[in-house]
Design a binder for this molecule. Structure first.
Ligand code: 9MR
Length: 348
């Protein structure tokens, strides 16, 4: 496939032969260059910051609340629901014409305290009520939901065990969440979302087996969300391999939380900066090409987990410190070398 990279390098070579100065590629917004929605996450605390807001509105066409639509933000300790922060996000998206992706209804890391002590029947009822209430409230506003987030065990050996699976069943709690969400909002595109699917082939394989199990059971799973918090050191071909297999279900695919740490999976890394950047560019190029090679109808959106490098969760982790450059824009809002890797891999 001809990509912008090959076309651009061809025209630059011609210009150099003719002795003409090479014009910089036109700085077009990402949302105009991608053949699918360009997504970004953010938090309501950023909405008033002009630098963040202008960049997001100029470059992106889809928005994922990074926190405000999670159970930890909505479900109060007493079990009542607080939609105030999620509503602020829905309003922000509507005001700026951004498609809204809901994240995330059921996540192993949340809700344990509020659901503790309920007997099986009460647990199931509260579970259904939560999913129903949230998806109904945003019907017609949220286009898509991560219904179950991070179901697969860390090392890819089966599924995680947690309060949801223990009370309602390993597969059944997933089916139940999708069924309720679908009933509440039949138009919403419903995703199973997880991470390390490209980084750990064993985990990717378990995830795809889970998708198959759910589909065979008639569960309304419409999409595969691959978070793509990329480990830039993985072998060439691993990302493309995962996308090829994932595509076989014919479901929509969402690159849902892309970032690519330069910190080598948080380990001490003494290699020259240029070498790590080259790794980052190579893997991000592979990911972008693999996504763009999907049939158009399967490309749901291409979402990055933060607008500018300092916005990244990776720079908010107290242990890791700051200074990572895992995103498409730097602190000033200028495109990074990772941005160039994405743009270079887009179809010409
Ligand atoms: O980036 C998010 C961070 O700000 C939150 O504190 C954290 C817990 O809610 O979640 C982070 O986002 C995670 C996402 O929801 C699911 N995949 C992994 C993301 C990074 O940890």
């Amino acid at each position: 496939m001809a990509t912008r990279r090959s076309v651009l390098s061809g025209s630059l070579a011609l210009a150099a032969c003719a002795g003409a100065p090479a014009a910089p590629a036109a700085a077009r917004p990402l949302k105009d260059m991608l053949p699918c929605p360009a997504g970004v996450c953010g938090m309501s605390g950023q909405f008033a910051e002009a630098g963040w807001r202008d960049l997001v509105v100029r470059e992106f066409s889809q928005f994922t609340p990074e926190w405000e639509m999670k159970m930890e933000a909505i479900l109060r300790p007493d079990g009542s629901l607080d939609f105030s922060r999620a509503d602020v996000c829905a309003d922000f998206a509507a005001r700026h014409g951004l498609r809204l992706h809901g994240h995330a209804l059921i996540w192993y890391s949340q809700g344990a305290d509020q659901f503790a002590g309920l007997d099986k029947a009460a647990f199931g009822e509260a579970y259904d009520r939560y999913v129903l209430a949230v998806t109904s409230r945003y019907r017609g506003k949220v286009v898509s939901w991560d219904v179950v987030n991070e179901a697969v065990a860390e090392d890819g050996d089966g599924l995680r065990s947690h309060h949801w699976s223990q009370a309602l069943g390993e597969i059944d709690h997933i089916r139940r969440a999708f069924d309720v969400a679908h009933t509440a909002d039949p138009q919403a595109v419903l995703f199973l979302n997880d991470y390390n699917l490209e980084n750990l082939p064993r985990k990717g394989a378990t995830f795809l087996r889970l998708v198959e199990t759910l589909l065979k059971a008639g569960t309304p799973v419409h999409g595969i969300g691959t978070q793509s918090h990329l480990d830039v050191e993985i072998a060439e071909g691993q990302i493309a391999g995962f996308f090829r297999e994932a595509a076989e279900f014919g479901l929509q695919i969402h690159v849902s939380e892309l970032d690519a740490s330069l910190k080598s999976d948080r380990r001490l890394d003494l290699r020259p900066d240029g070498q790590r950047r080259a790794q980052q560019a190579a893997r991000v190029t592979e990911l972008t090409e693999a996504f763009m090679a999907l049939p158009a109808a399967q490309r749901f959106a291409f979402t990055v987990w933060g607008a500018r490098d300092p916005d990244s969760w990776l720079n908010r982790d107290a242990r890791a410190g700051s200074g990572d450059e895992p995103l498409l824009f730097d602190a000033s809002g200028a495109p990074t070398s990772m941005h160039a890797a994405v743009v270079g891999a887009l179809p010409a």
